[in-house]
Write a protein that binds this ligand. Structure first.
Ligand SMILES: NC(=O)c1ccc[n+]([C@@H]2O[C@H](COP(=O)([O-])OP(=O)(O)OC[C@H]3O[C@@H](n4cnc5c(N)ncnc54)[C@H](O)[C@@H]3O)[C@@H](O)[C@H]2O)c1
Length: 256
């Protein structure tokens, strides 16, 4: 029970990696707030988790929605101790097909939404005066670029940068900001990418997924549960001396 009594917001927690982390946090004793644009799925996830978990309809692109999320967590549970800034969208495709609308959508959620959610939660944590933990979900794409997803990759490089800058500022308030950079993980986001890529190169989705897995030194792509223990470490007292880092949790993919 490493998170006993802590209040944790997980954005994009309705499914995928966010859902797995929210589930584990609740098992570790946290009260979790599932904040997601897919309101019905978020409510279902909160019900499945139990342990007092609640769902909040949330759009990371809206400052009103961010303010509502913080106010709801505080009024329901009395404060906020942990934020997992996990909500994101992926736009993929050929470089010449990317549009300004795709750019705005990706940067609106992955960068602007992430930053202002962090800011609103940090403001509350500073007022509370009891520190806190913030985890930003980055990506290997932010470290090395991906030819099929240039805007998404740039957004994740920005997440790594924001983690560094905000981490250096907020540690003075005993708020640790760190990131996790996954490689390919078996979620709806990754499957959508594989479907698009398979169509572009005229191969089956299964062969594209097998190819991706064969390139990972650990021999497989990730599953959402691979992210639970690293997230618990960064969200708990075990991570007190980890500051402004982004941790590659990717089966060795980026290193290779
Ligand atoms: N799956 C991968 O291969 C992979 C690889 C590297 C990094 N990541 C990162 O990990 C995190 C989780 O990814 P995932 O694979 O679980 O994705 P996913 O698509 O399965 O889940 C993302 C969640 O974010 C929510 N969301 C999207 N836009 C939102 C918005 N505007 N406001 C609030 N919620 C919104 C979605 O409804 C969904 O529940 C993301 O930050 C992603 O970029 C994933």
């Amino acid at each position: 029970m490493k998170l006993s009594g802590k209040v944790a917001i997980i954005t994009g927690g309705a499914r995928g990696i966010g859902r797995a982390i929210a589930t584990r946090f609740a098992e570790e004793g946290a009260k979790v707030v599932i904040a997601d644009i897919m309101a019905d799925e978020a409510a279902e996830t909160a019900r499945a988790i139990g342990h007092d978990a609640i769902a909040v309809a949330f759009d990371a692109r809206s400052q009103d929605s961010i303010n509502h999320l913080v106010a709801t967590a505080v009024s329901r549970f009395g404060g906020i101790d942990i934020l997992v800034n996990n909500a994101a969208v992926l736009e993929a495709g050929a470089l010449l097909d990317h549009t300004p609308e795709m750019f705005d959508r990706v940067f609106g959620v992955n960068v602007k939404g992430l930053f202002f959610t962090l800011q609103a939660v940090a403001r509350r944590m500073i007022e509370q005066g009891r520190g806190g933990k913030i985890i930003n979900m980055a990506s290997q794409a932010g470290r090395r670029g991906e030819p099929g997803a240039p805007i998404y990759s740039a957004s994740k490089a920005a997440v790594i940068s924001l983690t560094q800058s905000t981490g250096l500022v907020l540690i003075k308030h005993r708020i640790n900001v760190n990131g996790i950079a996954p490689g390919p993980v078996d979620t709806d986001m990754n499957r959508a990418f594989a479907i698009r890529h398979a169509g572009a190169i005229g191969e089956s989705v299964e062969s594209v997924l097998a190819q991706i897995a064969s390139e990972v030194p650990a021999g497989r792509i990730g599953v959402p549960e691979d992210y639970c223990a690293p997230a618990v470490l960064l969200a708990s007292a075990d991570g007190d001396f980890v500051v402004a880092q982004t941790w590659n949790v990717d089966g060795g993919n980026w290193m290779s």
